[in-house]
Design a protein around this ligand. Sequence first.
Ligand code: SAH
Ligand code: DHB
Ligand code: MG
Length: 221
Amino acid sequence: MDQDSWTAVDRHFAGRLLSTDEAMDDVLAANLAAGLPAIDVSPLQGKFLHLIARAIGARRILEIGTLGGYSTIWLAKAVGEAGRVVSLEFQPRYAEVARSNLERAALDDRVEIRVGPALDLLPEIEEENIGPFDLVFIDADKANQDAYLIWALRLSRPGTLIIGDNVVRDGEILDAATKDPPVIGIRSFLDLLGTEPRLSATALQTVGAKGWDGFAMALVD
Ligand code: SAH
Ligand code: DHB
Ligand code: MG
C-alpha cells in the first residue's frame, strides 16, 4: 500500500462520513492562498478531534499551534456558544489568517488566538487562571512537544484529555540516535506520557491523505 491508496481511502471515507461543508473547504483554500504550509489536520482528523471534544462535553479547550485555524474551527464548533477555545500561534501572519477564517465562520466570539512563542504564553495563561482545560491539543513545534505536555498537565484537572499530533513522523521516532530536535522532542514526549504517574496514555498510528503519522492521547487521572 502506498500514499495514493491511503489518499483514495481517505477520499472514500470523506465522501461517506463528512457532509459537504464549503465553509470548511474555504478555510483550507484561504490557508493555501495565503501561502501557509499545508500541515493542517485532514478533514477526517479534524472531525475526529471535533467528535472527541463533543463526546467529553468539552467547554474549555487549549490548542498549541493554530496555523490558519483549521483544527481550531473544528474544536470551536464542538464547544458550543458558551464554550471557549484558546489557541497559541508563534507567527503573527498565520494568526491573522486564522482570525479572518474564524470571523468568516462566525466563531471568532468563542476563540482567542494568542500570538507568541507558546512557552512564553503558557505561563500567562496559568497566571490568568483561564484553565483548567477540558481538552488540550498539542500541535506546534515538535522540539517542544515534551515541554508542552508538562504545561498541559499544569493547566489540567483530573479528567482532562490531552492529544498530541505527529507522534510517528514516517517512523522517524524510532531513531534513538537522532540529532533532529523535532524527533527528540516527540521521543521525549512519548517517554513522559508513559512515565508520568498522573497520565494514562496511548498512541495510534495513522495513514491517510497526510501520509504516515499518528496521534497520542492521554487522560489525566
Ligand atoms: N493545528 C493546526 C496546524 C498547526 S501547524 C491545524 O491542524 O490546522 C504548527 C503550528 O505551530 C504552525 O503554525 C507554527 O507556526 C506553530 N508554531 C511553531 N512554533 C511555535 C511556538 N514556539 N509557539 C507557538 N506556535 C508555534
Ligand atoms: C508538520 C507539522 C504538523 O503539525 C503536521 O501535522 C505535519 C507536519 C511540520 O512541521 O512539518
Ligand atoms: Mg500536526
